[in-house]
Ligand binder design. Structure first.
Ligand SMILES: Nc1ncnc2c1ncn2[C@@H]1O[C@H](COP(=O)(O)OP(=O)(O)OP(=O)(O)O)[C@@H](O)[C@H]1O
Ligand SMILES: [Mg+2]
Length: 233
């Protein structure tokens, strides 16, 4: 059941992304071409109109970048491991979620360690984990604010680990709810499905990584993911 949900969600996302980017590509290039012509033929146009054309071009460029990013995500195989930098996957997740964050007046505060060893992981799955954690952090911070995303090398039980921390200053988790958050279908949200964290847990188990959290109701929440640095598979 759990595995079904997890692979369904990933497959569905992949298919959706592929279809969407395919469908969006054509109208995008029409827009781009037309803007290009507008620019060429707008020698006599007033400055204000010219600036509007430029602003449209910048916005279009952003959409194109976002599409490329999503398409790349959908092309990656579901089961393959790649030696990858966690920081890179975080950057990708932030590109995907930045529009939602900005809309909610939320800023991502990236504190990515420089000496983070590349790990052997499935990029899609770890991207999914990071997207789920960041989405929860956004949903918890309903009045704006910062979300800290941190990576650092550390040590645990005598072994080197890479620790990822996602910290928000939002609603927090009540003591009585703490035991439920990783349970499948547990949600405190009106439109939540309650599978985000159970999927994270499952995907991270596959990577021999641990997920846990600290939270103070009304103050905020910190989610931790510890990846073994060596022999992580
Ligand atoms: N950063 C957070 N701050 C406060 N509560 C959180 C946070 N992350 C998770 N929770 C709590 O844990 C519950 C379960 O989270 P989970 O991601 O599994 O499901 P969801 O976000 O409710 O729905 P879905 O992710 O399926 O859309 C949430 O409903 C919320 O109560
Ligand atoms: Mg969630």
């Amino acid at each position: 059941m759990e595995t079904d949900i997890q692979s369904n969600k990933l497959e569905l996302l992949g298919k959706l992304a592929a279809t969407l980017s395919h469908e969006i590509r054509n109208p995008l290039s029409v827009l781009k071409l037309n803007l290009h012509f507008l620019k060429i033929y707008s020698e006599n146009v007033d400055k204000e109109s010219y600036d509007i054309i430029l602003a449209c071009e910048v916005a279009l460029e952003r959409i194109t970048k976002l599409m490329e990013n999503i398409l790349e995500f959908s092309r990656r195989p579901l089961d393959e491991l790649e030696v990858t930098s966690i920081n890179e996957i975080i950057e990708q997740a932030i590109v995907i979620l930045n529009p939602v964050a900005t809309k909610n007046s939320i800023l991502f505060d990236k504190q990515l360690g420089e000496n983070i060893m590349p790990l052997s992981v499935n990029r899609n799955k770890i991207l999914q984990v990071i997207l789920n954690l960041l989405t929860n952090a956004i949903e918890a911070s309903n009045n704006g604010g910062n979300i800290i995303v941190k990576t650092a090398r550390s040590e645990k039980n005598g072994s080197a680990i890479i620790r990822l921390v996602v910290e928000d200053f939002g609603i927090g988790i009540k003591e009585s709810d703490k035991e439920n958050v990783f349970k499948e279908f547990y949600t405190s949200k009106k439109t939540g499905t309650g599978i985000g964290l159970s999927v994270c847990k499952k995907l991270l188990e596959e990577h021999k990584a641990e997920i846990y959290f600290e939270s103070q109701y009304g103050k905020g929440t910190r989610f931790f993911v510890d990846f073994p640095e060596l022999n992580n598979r």
